[in-house]
Design a binder for this molecule. Structure first.
Ligand SMILES: CC(=O)SCCNC(=O)CCNC(=O)[C@H](O)C(C)(C)COP(=O)(O)OP(=O)(O)OC[C@H]1O[C@@H](n2cnc3c(N)ncnc32)[C@H](O)[C@@H]1OP(=O)(O)O
Ligand SMILES: O=C([O-])CC(=O)C(=O)O
Length: 457
Protein backbone atom coordinates (compact mmCIF):
# COMPACT_ATOMS: atom_id res chain seq x y z
CA UNK A 1 0.00 0.00 0.00
CA UNK A 2 1.16 3.52 -0.76
CA UNK A 3 1.37 6.07 2.09
CA UNK A 4 -1.70 7.85 0.73
CA UNK A 5 -3.76 4.66 0.54
CA UNK A 6 -2.72 3.73 4.08
CA UNK A 7 -3.71 7.16 5.35
CA UNK A 8 -7.01 6.89 3.52
CA UNK A 9 -7.64 3.44 5.01
CA UNK A 10 -7.13 4.96 8.48
CA UNK A 11 -9.47 7.85 7.71
CA UNK A 12 -12.22 5.67 6.27
CA UNK A 13 -11.97 3.26 9.18
CA UNK A 14 -12.27 6.13 11.65
CA UNK A 15 -15.21 7.68 9.80
CA UNK A 16 -17.37 4.57 9.36
CA UNK A 17 -18.84 4.53 12.89
CA UNK A 18 -20.08 8.11 12.41
CA UNK A 19 -22.05 7.18 9.29
CA UNK A 20 -23.30 3.94 10.87
CA UNK A 21 -24.48 5.75 14.00
CA UNK A 22 -26.31 8.43 11.99
CA UNK A 23 -28.07 5.79 9.91
CA UNK A 24 -28.98 3.47 12.78
CA UNK A 25 -29.80 5.90 15.57
CA UNK A 26 -30.85 9.07 13.77
CA UNK A 27 -32.12 7.80 10.42
CA UNK A 28 -35.60 9.29 11.02
CA UNK A 29 -34.47 12.80 11.94
CA UNK A 30 -35.94 15.22 9.37
CA UNK A 31 -33.45 17.71 7.91
CA UNK A 32 -35.47 19.12 5.00
CA UNK A 33 -38.83 19.16 3.31
CA UNK A 34 -39.77 18.95 -0.36
CA UNK A 35 -42.28 21.20 -2.10
CA UNK A 36 -43.87 21.02 -5.53
CA UNK A 37 -41.62 23.78 -6.87
CA UNK A 38 -38.54 21.71 -6.01
CA UNK A 39 -40.10 18.56 -7.44
CA UNK A 40 -40.60 20.24 -10.81
CA UNK A 41 -37.66 22.62 -10.53
CA UNK A 42 -34.61 20.41 -10.53
CA UNK A 43 -34.62 19.39 -6.84
CA UNK A 44 -33.06 22.77 -6.09
CA UNK A 45 -31.77 23.20 -2.52
CA UNK A 46 -33.04 19.82 -1.23
CA UNK A 47 -30.46 18.57 1.26
CA UNK A 48 -30.24 14.92 0.31
CA UNK A 49 -26.59 14.18 -0.53
CA UNK A 50 -23.61 13.73 1.78
CA UNK A 51 -20.00 14.58 1.05
CA UNK A 52 -17.12 15.77 3.20
CA UNK A 53 -14.84 16.62 0.28
CA UNK A 54 -16.20 20.15 -0.22
CA UNK A 55 -19.12 22.36 0.84
CA UNK A 56 -20.69 25.23 -1.09
CA UNK A 57 -22.04 28.15 0.92
CA UNK A 58 -24.35 30.36 -1.20
CA UNK A 59 -22.71 33.57 0.06
CA UNK A 60 -19.12 32.50 0.62
CA UNK A 61 -18.61 29.96 -2.16
CA UNK A 62 -16.66 26.74 -2.08
CA UNK A 63 -14.57 25.36 0.77
CA UNK A 64 -12.40 22.35 0.03
CA UNK A 65 -12.14 20.21 3.16
CA UNK A 66 -13.15 23.25 5.22
CA UNK A 67 -10.71 25.65 3.57
CA UNK A 68 -11.57 28.58 1.29
CA UNK A 69 -9.69 28.88 -2.01
CA UNK A 70 -7.06 31.34 -0.67
CA UNK A 71 -6.63 29.19 2.47
CA UNK A 72 -6.21 26.07 0.33
CA UNK A 73 -3.58 27.68 -1.90
CA UNK A 74 -1.77 29.07 1.14
CA UNK A 75 -1.78 25.81 3.10
CA UNK A 76 -0.57 23.28 0.53
CA UNK A 77 3.12 22.71 -0.29
CA UNK A 78 4.04 24.49 -3.51
CA UNK A 79 5.38 23.11 -6.77
CA UNK A 80 9.15 23.69 -7.14
CA UNK A 81 9.78 27.36 -7.98
CA UNK A 82 6.06 28.17 -8.00
CA UNK A 83 3.48 30.04 -5.91
CA UNK A 84 0.92 27.30 -6.65
CA UNK A 85 0.57 23.85 -5.14
CA UNK A 86 0.87 20.77 -7.29
CA UNK A 87 -2.31 18.94 -8.24
CA UNK A 88 -0.84 15.91 -6.48
CA UNK A 89 -0.69 17.78 -3.19
CA UNK A 90 -4.30 18.89 -3.62
CA UNK A 91 -5.36 15.29 -4.41
CA UNK A 92 -3.85 14.13 -1.12
CA UNK A 93 -5.68 16.93 0.68
CA UNK A 94 -9.07 16.23 -0.98
CA UNK A 95 -8.86 12.52 -0.24
CA UNK A 96 -7.65 12.69 3.34
CA UNK A 97 -8.61 16.17 4.58
CA UNK A 98 -5.00 16.61 5.75
CA UNK A 99 -2.41 19.02 4.39
CA UNK A 100 0.41 16.77 3.19
CA UNK A 101 4.07 17.18 4.03
CA UNK A 102 6.49 17.67 1.14
CA UNK A 103 7.54 14.02 1.48
CA UNK A 104 3.90 12.91 1.21
CA UNK A 105 3.46 15.06 -1.90
CA UNK A 106 6.62 13.60 -3.43
CA UNK A 107 5.23 10.13 -2.85
CA UNK A 108 2.01 10.98 -4.74
CA UNK A 109 4.00 12.54 -7.59
CA UNK A 110 6.02 9.31 -7.78
CA UNK A 111 2.85 7.20 -7.57
CA UNK A 112 1.24 9.10 -10.45
CA UNK A 113 4.33 8.41 -12.60
CA UNK A 114 3.60 4.71 -12.28
CA UNK A 115 -0.02 5.25 -13.31
CA UNK A 116 0.09 7.82 -16.10
CA UNK A 117 0.91 5.61 -19.11
CA UNK A 118 -2.24 5.45 -21.26
CA UNK A 119 -2.69 2.19 -23.23
CA UNK A 120 -2.45 2.61 -27.00
CA UNK A 121 -6.02 1.29 -27.56
CA UNK A 122 -7.37 4.45 -25.92
CA UNK A 123 -5.65 6.61 -28.52
CA UNK A 124 -6.79 4.24 -31.26
CA UNK A 125 -10.41 4.59 -30.11
CA UNK A 126 -10.14 8.40 -30.10
CA UNK A 127 -8.45 8.46 -33.48
CA UNK A 128 -11.30 6.37 -34.92
CA UNK A 129 -13.77 9.19 -34.17
CA UNK A 130 -14.45 11.82 -36.83
CA UNK A 131 -11.83 14.54 -36.33
CA UNK A 132 -14.56 17.16 -35.97
CA UNK A 133 -16.12 15.34 -33.01
CA UNK A 134 -16.37 17.61 -29.99
CA UNK A 135 -13.30 17.19 -27.74
CA UNK A 136 -15.64 16.29 -24.85
CA UNK A 137 -16.85 13.29 -26.87
CA UNK A 138 -13.24 12.29 -27.34
CA UNK A 139 -12.50 12.66 -23.62
CA UNK A 140 -15.57 10.69 -22.59
CA UNK A 141 -14.73 7.92 -25.08
CA UNK A 142 -11.12 7.90 -23.88
CA UNK A 143 -12.17 7.37 -20.26
CA UNK A 144 -14.75 4.75 -21.21
CA UNK A 145 -12.21 2.87 -23.35
CA UNK A 146 -10.07 2.41 -20.22
CA UNK A 147 -12.91 0.53 -18.52
CA UNK A 148 -11.77 -2.92 -19.61
CA UNK A 149 -8.88 -2.70 -17.13
CA UNK A 150 -11.00 -1.53 -14.20
CA UNK A 151 -9.72 -3.03 -10.97
CA UNK A 152 -13.06 -2.42 -9.29
CA UNK A 153 -14.96 -4.29 -12.04
CA UNK A 154 -12.41 -7.14 -11.87
CA UNK A 155 -12.87 -7.34 -8.10
CA UNK A 156 -16.65 -7.36 -8.46
CA UNK A 157 -16.44 -10.18 -11.01
CA UNK A 158 -13.86 -12.16 -9.03
CA UNK A 159 -16.47 -13.86 -6.86
CA UNK A 160 -14.65 -12.43 -3.81
CA UNK A 161 -16.35 -9.05 -3.75
CA UNK A 162 -16.45 -7.61 -0.26
CA UNK A 163 -18.10 -4.29 0.60
CA UNK A 164 -15.66 -3.51 3.38
CA UNK A 165 -12.63 -3.36 1.08
CA UNK A 166 -14.31 -2.45 -2.22
CA UNK A 167 -13.14 1.17 -1.86
CA UNK A 168 -9.55 -0.02 -2.31
CA UNK A 169 -10.15 -0.94 -5.93
CA UNK A 170 -12.16 2.26 -6.48
CA UNK A 171 -9.12 4.13 -5.17
CA UNK A 172 -6.93 2.29 -7.71
CA UNK A 173 -9.21 3.16 -10.65
CA UNK A 174 -9.77 6.70 -9.36
CA UNK A 175 -6.02 7.33 -9.06
CA UNK A 176 -5.43 5.89 -12.54
CA UNK A 177 -8.11 8.21 -13.94
CA UNK A 178 -6.69 11.28 -12.21
CA UNK A 179 -3.13 10.47 -13.36
CA UNK A 180 -4.12 9.61 -16.93
CA UNK A 181 -6.82 12.12 -17.81
CA UNK A 182 -4.37 14.99 -18.48
CA UNK A 183 -2.42 12.72 -20.82
CA UNK A 184 -5.62 11.85 -22.72
CA UNK A 185 -6.63 15.53 -22.78
CA UNK A 186 -3.21 16.52 -24.15
CA UNK A 187 -3.49 13.81 -26.82
CA UNK A 188 -6.90 15.21 -27.89
CA UNK A 189 -5.57 18.76 -28.02
CA UNK A 190 -2.57 17.75 -30.09
CA UNK A 191 -4.66 15.58 -32.39
CA UNK A 192 -7.23 18.25 -33.09
CA UNK A 193 -5.25 21.48 -32.97
CA UNK A 194 -1.53 20.75 -33.34
CA UNK A 195 -1.61 18.58 -36.43
CA UNK A 196 -1.19 15.45 -34.29
CA UNK A 197 2.18 16.67 -32.96
CA UNK A 198 2.30 14.59 -29.78
CA UNK A 199 4.80 15.45 -27.02
CA UNK A 200 5.85 12.49 -24.87
CA UNK A 201 5.29 12.52 -21.08
CA UNK A 202 8.15 14.22 -19.22
CA UNK A 203 8.62 11.97 -16.19
CA UNK A 204 10.40 14.73 -14.26
CA UNK A 205 7.30 16.97 -14.13
CA UNK A 206 4.29 17.09 -11.82
CA UNK A 207 0.81 16.58 -13.32
CA UNK A 208 0.03 20.24 -14.14
CA UNK A 209 3.50 20.98 -15.48
CA UNK A 210 3.51 17.83 -17.58
CA UNK A 211 0.15 18.77 -19.12
CA UNK A 212 1.61 22.17 -20.10
CA UNK A 213 4.64 20.43 -21.59
CA UNK A 214 2.57 17.85 -23.48
CA UNK A 215 0.50 20.50 -25.28
CA UNK A 216 3.63 22.50 -26.14
CA UNK A 217 2.85 25.33 -23.71
CA UNK A 218 5.14 27.84 -22.00
CA UNK A 219 6.81 27.70 -18.59
CA UNK A 220 4.24 30.18 -17.21
CA UNK A 221 1.34 27.99 -18.31
CA UNK A 222 2.44 25.32 -15.80
CA UNK A 223 0.98 27.43 -13.01
CA UNK A 224 -2.11 28.17 -15.08
CA UNK A 225 -2.72 24.43 -15.41
CA UNK A 226 -2.14 23.77 -11.70
CA UNK A 227 -4.43 26.63 -10.68
CA UNK A 228 -7.12 25.73 -13.23
CA UNK A 229 -7.30 22.03 -12.30
CA UNK A 230 -7.47 22.78 -8.57
CA UNK A 231 -10.10 25.53 -8.92
CA UNK A 232 -12.35 23.34 -11.10
CA UNK A 233 -11.98 20.19 -9.02
CA UNK A 234 -15.05 20.08 -6.83
CA UNK A 235 -18.23 22.02 -6.02
CA UNK A 236 -19.90 19.81 -3.45
CA UNK A 237 -21.82 16.88 -4.87
CA UNK A 238 -25.12 18.19 -6.24
CA UNK A 239 -23.72 19.73 -9.43
CA UNK A 240 -24.46 17.78 -12.62
CA UNK A 241 -21.03 16.22 -13.19
CA UNK A 242 -20.40 15.19 -9.57
CA UNK A 243 -23.94 14.04 -9.02
CA UNK A 244 -23.97 11.99 -12.23
CA UNK A 245 -20.67 10.36 -11.32
CA UNK A 246 -22.00 9.53 -7.85
CA UNK A 247 -25.33 8.26 -9.20
CA UNK A 248 -23.79 5.99 -11.83
CA UNK A 249 -21.23 4.63 -9.38
CA UNK A 250 -23.99 3.99 -6.84
CA UNK A 251 -25.14 1.14 -9.09
CA UNK A 252 -21.60 -0.24 -8.62
CA UNK A 253 -20.72 0.77 -12.15
CA UNK A 254 -16.96 1.21 -11.97
CA UNK A 255 -15.21 4.62 -11.93
CA UNK A 256 -14.67 4.60 -15.71
CA UNK A 257 -18.38 4.21 -16.47
CA UNK A 258 -19.17 6.71 -13.76
CA UNK A 259 -16.76 9.44 -14.82
CA UNK A 260 -17.44 9.05 -18.52
CA UNK A 261 -21.10 9.72 -17.63
CA UNK A 262 -20.10 12.65 -15.41
CA UNK A 263 -18.17 14.17 -18.31
CA UNK A 264 -21.23 13.89 -20.54
CA UNK A 265 -23.10 16.03 -18.00
CA UNK A 266 -20.21 18.49 -17.77
CA UNK A 267 -20.52 18.93 -21.55
CA UNK A 268 -23.91 20.68 -21.17
CA UNK A 269 -24.04 24.44 -21.89
CA UNK A 270 -25.71 25.20 -18.55
CA UNK A 271 -22.83 23.45 -16.76
CA UNK A 272 -19.17 23.04 -17.83
CA UNK A 273 -19.64 23.97 -21.47
CA UNK A 274 -20.51 27.50 -20.35
CA UNK A 275 -16.77 28.35 -20.41
CA UNK A 276 -16.75 27.63 -24.16
CA UNK A 277 -20.00 29.59 -24.55
CA UNK A 278 -18.48 32.60 -22.77
CA UNK A 279 -15.60 32.82 -25.24
CA UNK A 280 -17.99 32.33 -28.16
CA UNK A 281 -20.18 35.16 -26.83
CA UNK A 282 -17.19 37.45 -26.37
CA UNK A 283 -15.85 36.77 -29.85
CA UNK A 284 -19.25 37.48 -31.41
CA UNK A 285 -19.42 40.71 -29.45
CA UNK A 286 -15.90 41.77 -30.48
CA UNK A 287 -16.79 41.13 -34.11
CA UNK A 288 -19.79 43.44 -33.78
CA UNK A 289 -17.63 46.11 -32.13
CA UNK A 290 -15.57 46.23 -35.30
CA UNK A 291 -12.49 47.69 -33.62
CA UNK A 292 -14.34 50.06 -31.25
CA UNK A 293 -13.56 49.97 -27.50
CA UNK A 294 -15.96 48.12 -25.20
CA UNK A 295 -17.96 50.57 -23.12
CA UNK A 296 -20.69 50.17 -20.53
CA UNK A 297 -23.17 51.26 -23.20
CA UNK A 298 -22.24 48.81 -25.96
CA UNK A 299 -21.79 45.92 -23.47
CA UNK A 300 -25.22 46.68 -22.00
CA UNK A 301 -26.75 46.64 -25.49
CA UNK A 302 -25.10 43.29 -26.32
CA UNK A 303 -26.33 41.76 -23.05
CA UNK A 304 -29.89 42.88 -23.77
CA UNK A 305 -29.64 41.47 -27.33
CA UNK A 306 -28.80 38.09 -25.80
CA UNK A 307 -31.57 38.27 -23.21
CA UNK A 308 -34.16 39.54 -25.68
CA UNK A 309 -33.29 36.62 -27.99
CA UNK A 310 -34.36 34.35 -25.10
CA UNK A 311 -30.81 33.17 -24.39
CA UNK A 312 -28.90 33.02 -21.13
CA UNK A 313 -25.82 35.17 -20.55
CA UNK A 314 -23.13 32.51 -20.28
CA UNK A 315 -20.92 32.63 -17.20
CA UNK A 316 -23.53 34.39 -15.08
CA UNK A 317 -26.01 32.95 -12.59
CA UNK A 318 -25.76 29.88 -10.42
CA UNK A 319 -28.03 27.24 -8.94
CA UNK A 320 -26.60 27.68 -5.42
CA UNK A 321 -24.28 30.69 -5.29
CA UNK A 322 -25.78 34.11 -4.56
CA UNK A 323 -22.55 36.14 -4.80
CA UNK A 324 -19.61 36.39 -7.19
CA UNK A 325 -18.00 32.96 -7.42
CA UNK A 326 -14.68 32.96 -5.49
CA UNK A 327 -13.26 30.85 -8.34
CA UNK A 328 -14.03 33.81 -10.62
CA UNK A 329 -12.23 36.10 -8.18
CA UNK A 330 -9.21 33.80 -7.87
CA UNK A 331 -8.80 33.83 -11.65
CA UNK A 332 -9.43 37.59 -11.86
CA UNK A 333 -6.72 38.14 -9.26
CA UNK A 334 -4.38 35.93 -11.30
CA UNK A 335 -5.08 38.19 -14.30
CA UNK A 336 -4.57 41.37 -12.30
CA UNK A 337 -1.20 40.24 -10.97
CA UNK A 338 0.06 38.98 -14.34
CA UNK A 339 1.75 41.76 -16.34
CA UNK A 340 0.44 41.68 -19.89
CA UNK A 341 -2.70 39.81 -18.97
CA UNK A 342 -4.11 42.64 -16.88
CA UNK A 343 -3.79 44.97 -19.89
CA UNK A 344 -5.03 42.43 -22.40
CA UNK A 345 -8.02 43.73 -24.42
CA UNK A 346 -9.98 40.52 -23.81
CA UNK A 347 -9.43 40.73 -20.04
CA UNK A 348 -10.59 44.36 -20.17
CA UNK A 349 -13.74 43.28 -21.95
CA UNK A 350 -14.38 40.51 -19.39
CA UNK A 351 -13.87 43.10 -16.64
CA UNK A 352 -16.34 45.44 -18.37
CA UNK A 353 -18.91 42.64 -18.57
CA UNK A 354 -18.34 42.06 -14.81
CA UNK A 355 -19.12 45.76 -14.21
CA UNK A 356 -22.20 45.69 -16.41
CA UNK A 357 -23.91 42.30 -16.44
CA UNK A 358 -25.06 42.10 -12.80
CA UNK A 359 -27.04 45.35 -13.25
CA UNK A 360 -28.57 44.22 -16.54
CA UNK A 361 -29.48 40.79 -15.17
CA UNK A 362 -31.01 42.39 -12.07
CA UNK A 363 -33.10 44.68 -14.27
CA UNK A 364 -34.09 41.69 -16.42
CA UNK A 365 -35.39 40.26 -13.18
CA UNK A 366 -35.30 36.53 -13.78
CA UNK A 367 -32.06 35.11 -12.47
CA UNK A 368 -31.75 34.59 -8.72
CA UNK A 369 -28.02 35.29 -8.95
CA UNK A 370 -26.83 38.05 -11.30
CA UNK A 371 -23.14 37.51 -10.42
CA UNK A 372 -20.46 35.73 -12.48
CA UNK A 373 -19.51 32.10 -11.99
CA UNK A 374 -16.17 30.38 -12.65
CA UNK A 375 -16.80 30.08 -16.40
CA UNK A 376 -16.95 33.84 -16.99
CA UNK A 377 -13.23 34.29 -16.24
CA UNK A 378 -11.47 31.05 -17.15
CA UNK A 379 -11.40 31.31 -20.96
CA UNK A 380 -9.67 34.67 -21.12
CA UNK A 381 -6.64 33.22 -19.31
CA UNK A 382 -6.44 30.27 -21.69
CA UNK A 383 -6.80 32.62 -24.65
CA UNK A 384 -4.00 34.87 -23.38
CA UNK A 385 -1.60 31.92 -23.14
CA UNK A 386 -2.39 30.92 -26.70
CA UNK A 387 -4.90 28.15 -26.03
CA UNK A 388 -7.46 29.76 -28.31
CA UNK A 389 -9.53 26.74 -29.33
CA UNK A 390 -12.41 27.39 -26.98
CA UNK A 391 -14.27 24.18 -27.72
CA UNK A 392 -11.40 22.56 -25.76
CA UNK A 393 -12.06 24.54 -22.57
CA UNK A 394 -14.55 22.06 -21.12
CA UNK A 395 -11.94 19.32 -21.50
CA UNK A 396 -9.69 21.33 -19.17
CA UNK A 397 -12.64 21.51 -16.78
CA UNK A 398 -13.06 17.73 -17.09
CA UNK A 399 -9.43 17.14 -16.12
CA UNK A 400 -9.90 19.24 -12.99
CA UNK A 401 -13.32 17.84 -12.12
CA UNK A 402 -11.89 14.30 -12.13
CA UNK A 403 -10.16 15.16 -8.83
CA UNK A 404 -13.39 15.93 -7.01
CA UNK A 405 -15.50 13.21 -8.62
CA UNK A 406 -12.89 10.52 -8.00
CA UNK A 407 -12.28 11.58 -4.40
CA UNK A 408 -16.03 11.51 -3.83
CA UNK A 409 -16.70 8.03 -5.18
CA UNK A 410 -13.70 6.61 -3.35
CA UNK A 411 -15.35 7.81 -0.14
CA UNK A 412 -18.81 6.68 -1.37
CA UNK A 413 -17.50 3.12 -1.43
CA UNK A 414 -15.51 3.57 1.75
CA UNK A 415 -18.68 4.51 3.59
CA UNK A 416 -20.86 2.04 1.69
CA UNK A 417 -23.38 4.57 0.38
CA UNK A 418 -26.50 3.00 -1.10
CA UNK A 419 -27.69 2.83 -4.68
CA UNK A 420 -29.35 6.18 -5.37
CA UNK A 421 -33.02 5.93 -6.19
CA UNK A 422 -35.27 8.91 -5.42
CA UNK A 423 -39.03 8.46 -5.74
CA UNK A 424 -41.02 10.03 -8.56
CA UNK A 425 -44.69 11.02 -8.52
CA UNK A 426 -47.20 11.88 -11.25
CA UNK A 427 -48.67 15.24 -12.21
CA UNK A 428 -52.10 13.94 -11.08
CA UNK A 429 -50.64 13.31 -7.64
CA UNK A 430 -49.11 16.78 -7.48
CA UNK A 431 -52.45 18.33 -8.47
CA UNK A 432 -54.27 16.34 -5.80
CA UNK A 433 -51.74 17.32 -3.09
CA UNK A 434 -51.85 20.93 -4.31
CA UNK A 435 -55.65 20.97 -3.91
CA UNK A 436 -55.37 19.38 -0.46
CA UNK A 437 -52.68 21.81 0.71
CA UNK A 438 -50.03 19.13 1.05
CA UNK A 439 -49.46 15.40 1.08
CA UNK A 440 -50.93 13.60 4.08
CA UNK A 441 -48.34 11.17 5.35
CA UNK A 442 -49.50 7.88 6.86
CA UNK A 443 -46.80 7.29 9.50
CA UNK A 444 -46.64 7.71 13.25
CA UNK A 445 -44.01 10.43 12.85
CA UNK A 446 -46.01 12.24 10.16
CA UNK A 447 -45.50 16.01 9.94
CA UNK A 448 -48.45 18.34 9.35
CA UNK A 449 -49.78 18.55 5.75
CA UNK A 450 -47.68 20.84 3.60
CA UNK A 451 -44.49 20.30 5.59
CA UNK A 452 -43.25 17.31 3.59
CA UNK A 453 -42.90 13.62 4.30
CA UNK A 454 -40.27 11.57 6.10
CA UNK A 455 -38.37 9.02 4.03
CA UNK A 456 -40.17 5.74 3.40
CA UNK A 457 -43.70 7.12 3.78
C1 LIG B 1 -19.52 25.34 -13.65
C2 LIG B 1 -20.95 25.67 -13.72
O1 LIG B 1 -21.74 24.82 -14.04
S1 LIG B 1 -21.42 27.22 -13.29
C3 LIG B 1 -22.88 27.53 -14.31
C4 LIG B 1 -22.51 27.66 -15.75
N1 LIG B 1 -23.65 27.99 -16.58
C5 LIG B 1 -23.84 29.21 -17.09
O2 LIG B 1 -23.07 30.13 -16.86
C6 LIG B 1 -25.04 29.37 -18.00
C7 LIG B 1 -25.83 30.63 -17.65
N2 LIG B 1 -26.49 30.47 -16.39
C8 LIG B 1 -27.66 29.74 -16.27
O3 LIG B 1 -28.22 29.25 -17.25
C9 LIG B 1 -28.27 29.56 -14.88
O4 LIG B 1 -27.92 30.64 -14.06
C10 LIG B 1 -27.83 28.22 -14.21
C11 LIG B 1 -28.11 27.05 -15.10
C12 LIG B 1 -26.34 28.26 -13.91
C13 LIG B 1 -28.59 28.06 -12.89
O5 LIG B 1 -29.93 27.83 -13.22
P1 LIG B 1 -31.11 28.06 -12.16
O6 LIG B 1 -30.70 27.54 -10.83
O7 LIG B 1 -32.35 27.52 -12.74
O8 LIG B 1 -31.12 29.66 -12.09
P2 LIG B 1 -32.28 30.61 -11.57
O9 LIG B 1 -33.13 29.96 -10.53
O10 LIG B 1 -31.64 31.90 -11.24
O11 LIG B 1 -33.19 30.76 -12.90
C14 LIG B 1 -34.36 31.55 -12.90
C15 LIG B 1 -34.56 32.11 -14.29
O12 LIG B 1 -33.47 32.99 -14.60
C16 LIG B 1 -32.88 32.62 -15.82
N3 LIG B 1 -31.44 32.82 -15.77
C17 LIG B 1 -30.56 32.27 -14.89
N4 LIG B 1 -29.31 32.65 -15.22
C18 LIG B 1 -29.40 33.43 -16.32
C19 LIG B 1 -28.46 34.04 -17.15
N5 LIG B 1 -27.16 33.95 -16.94
N6 LIG B 1 -28.92 34.75 -18.20
C20 LIG B 1 -30.25 34.86 -18.45
N7 LIG B 1 -31.20 34.25 -17.72
C21 LIG B 1 -30.77 33.53 -16.66
C22 LIG B 1 -33.16 31.12 -15.92
O13 LIG B 1 -33.02 30.65 -17.25
C23 LIG B 1 -34.58 31.04 -15.39
O14 LIG B 1 -35.43 31.48 -16.41
P3 LIG B 1 -36.90 30.80 -16.62
O15 LIG B 1 -37.64 31.15 -15.37
O16 LIG B 1 -37.40 31.46 -17.83
O17 LIG B 1 -36.66 29.34 -16.76
O1 LIG C 1 -22.31 23.86 -8.50
C1 LIG C 1 -22.87 23.82 -9.60
O2 LIG C 1 -24.06 23.48 -9.76
C2 LIG C 1 -22.16 24.19 -10.85
C3 LIG C 1 -20.73 24.57 -10.63
O3 LIG C 1 -20.41 25.71 -10.39
C4 LIG C 1 -19.75 23.50 -10.64
O4 LIG C 1 -20.11 22.33 -10.73
O5 LIG C 1 -18.54 23.80 -10.57
Amino acid sequence: MTQLKEKLAEKIQAHRPRTAKLTKEYGNVVIDKVDIGQCIGGARDIRCLVTDISYLDPQEGIRFRGKTIPETFAALPKAPGSDYPTVESFWYFLLTGEVPTQAQVDAVVAEFKTRQQVPEYVFTAIRALPRDSHPMVMLSVGILALQKDSKFAAFYNSGKFNKMVAWETVYEDASDIVARIPVIAAFIYNLKYRGDKQNAIDPSLDLGANFAHMIGQSEQYKDVARMYFILHSDHESGNVSAHTTHLVHSALSDPYYAYSAGLNGLAGPLHGLANQEVLGWIMEFQKKLNGAQPTKENVTAALWDTLNAGQVVPGYGHAVLRKTDPRYMAQREFCLKTPGLKDDPLFKLVAMIFETAPGVLTEHGKTKNPWPNVDAQSGVIQWYYGLKEWDFYTVLFGVGRALGCMANITWDRGLGYAIERPKSVTTDMLEKWAAEGGRVVQTAAAPAPGTGAPAGA
